[in-house]
Design a protein around this ligand. Structure first.
Ligand SMILES: Cc1cc2nc3c(=O)[nH]c(=O)nc-3n(C[C@H](O)[C@H](O)[C@H](O)COP(=O)(O)OP(=O)(O)OC[C@H]3O[C@@H](n4cnc5c(N)ncnc54)[C@H](O)[C@@H]3O)c2cc1C
Length: 419
């Protein structure tokens, strides 16, 4: 019989993991949380960045709705600027953690294996803990996507946007930013403001600017405007245009729609776009649209790019703001046989209403849940739905009632724990 160290182990202490921990803890579930608090935001997002989401969509969920950004403002006795700044959001997340889950264990999880109807969670220092359930909330960090045209260029010359938190190191350099979404456009603005000479190369025929921040949008969003309640869902998650945004904001509805509809909604909801407050900051940034980069090769300390119109660029650095491609097999800390045992939808684990994968006891939150519950899940606004549904599921199947676990899903997966 295995000694369980906890009923639930949560891997990842970003907004999803912290919200889940806050909800479960308040329901007296015995749990442990692993990972550095808000690490992705601190180490992989650029200093100076502003959140695209509205203020109301940036609250990390706790069961009583007490630990909001408003409450954080009051606790600090300051009024924070809107849009929310990355640094303020990190400080808010760390405050949320101290209030709701003060005992987060900062160690990284290196491997998760199935072990005699529970899970073995191995930590970076070699220690293992056993948990009846594991909740994976490790975000998109492992899924940064580098297009293959850049395979021949070393990372010192062509890096992914998530490789950086300080864009000041590019001052005085010529930088090409690849991509046409918020991350590309905001990085271009930040690079330009840091003193780099920047060109953005976008494959699409034009850049799509969101009206967020413009006078029309501000008017439409005014709480006193009756149109606001028709066009925008109450969570103000701001994902997708009116109509699509209501579906995205109702994950339970999204889950019940056919897969073909999922793909269309996802494409429409998360198409590349830049916030309306960015263009004034981009004066002096060259934006080239409708062009594909055919090849990239290092030339000494520089990179030469060939575009599909036959033109070339020779620059000091390529900044790949090319987003993230989800593929659970790239999650190296999950034992390969465990990954192989999961039913997948388009590379994402297929999840139940309680965010449980086809292997009982294994739950996925955040970006991992987008395949089942839609794009809201990869946003902070999704933490409320996800943490509540997860908690309900775990409370409905309390500890030691996992007889259903003695099922074929575990056959051949379990290894005898050695600790
Ligand atoms: C440039 C950019 C801008 C964004 N802007 C917004 C926005 O305006 N609004 C919004 O709602 N969302 C935004 N997002 C999405 C944002 O990432 C999510 O909202 C949010 O971070 C999701 O929280 P999470 O906890 O699921 O993931 P993360 O915040 O990524 O947290 C996961 C944590 O798990 C940790 N981890 C990973 N592997 C391990 C391991 N093996 N062991 C222990 N810990 C591990 C990571 O270090 C990380 O800290 C943005 C994303 C990007 C890339």
């Amino acid at each position: 019989m295995t000694n369980l160290n906890s009923q639930v182990a949560i891997v990842g202490a970003g907004p999803s993991g912290l919200a889940a921990a806050a909800h479960l803890r308040s329901a007296n579930v015995d749990l442990r949380v692993f990972g550095k608090v808000m690490e992705f935001w601190e180490r992989h997002m650029p200093a100076g960045m502003l959140l695209r989401s509205y203020w109301e969509a940036c609250h990390i969920s706790d069961p009583n709705g007490d630990l909001t950004l408003d409450r954080y403002e009051r606790a600090r006795g300051v009024q924070l600027p809107r849009p929310v700044r990355r640094d303020d959001f990190i400080n808010y997340g760390q405050w949320f953690q101290r209030e709701a889950v003060p005992d987060v264990d900062g160690r990284r999880v290196t491997r998760i294996e199935a072990a005699s109807k529970c899970f073995r969670v191995m930590l970076e220092d070699g220690e293992s803990v056993w948990a009846q359930r594991v909740v994976i909330a490790t975000g998109v960090g492992s899924f940064a996507w580098r297009p293959r045209q850049f395979n021949a260029v070393p990372r010192t010359l062509a890096s992914h946007s998530s490789d950086h938190c300080d864009l000041g190191r590019f001052a005085g350099l010529r930088v090409v930013v690849v991509g046409g979404g918020q991350s590309a456009l905001e990085s271009a603005a930040l690079l330009h403001e840091s003193g780099a000479a920047v060109e953005v190369i976008v494959r699409a025929p034009g850049v799509h600017w969101l009206r967020y921040g413009t006078r029309l949008h501000t008017w439409l969003h005014n709480q006193a405007n009756p149109l606001r309640w028709i066009l925008y869902p109450p969570s103000n998650s701001n994902i997708g245009p009116p109509g699509v945004n209501w579906i995205v904001d109702t994950p339970d509805l999204f889950r019940r729609l056919p897969f073909a509809v999922h793909s269309r909604i996802k494409r429409r909801a998360i198409r590349p776009a830049g916030s309306g407050w960015l263009p004034p900051r981009m004066n002096g940034v060259r934006i080239t649209t409708g062009r594909v980069i055919m090849s990239a090769s290092p030339v000494g300390q520089q990179v030469r790019l060939r575009l599909d119109d036959g033109t070339e660029r020779c620059v000091d650095h390529i900044f790949l703001a090319t987003g993230y491609h989800f593929d659970i097999s790239r999650c190296t800390f999950l034992a390969p046989n465990l990954v192989r045992s999961l039913r997948l939808i388009d590379g994402y684990p297929e999840l139940t209403a309680g965010f449980e994968a086809s292997l009982p006891g294994l739950h996925f939150l955040g970006a991992f849940a987008v395949g089942t519950f839609g794009p809201l899940m990869s946003h902070v606004a999704g933490t409320k739905y996800a943490a509540s549904a997860l908690t309900r599921c775990i409370l409905e199947q309390p500890a030691n009632s996992r007889s259903r676990v003695a099922s074929h899903e575990w056959d051949g997966l379990a290894q005898t724990p050695d600790g």
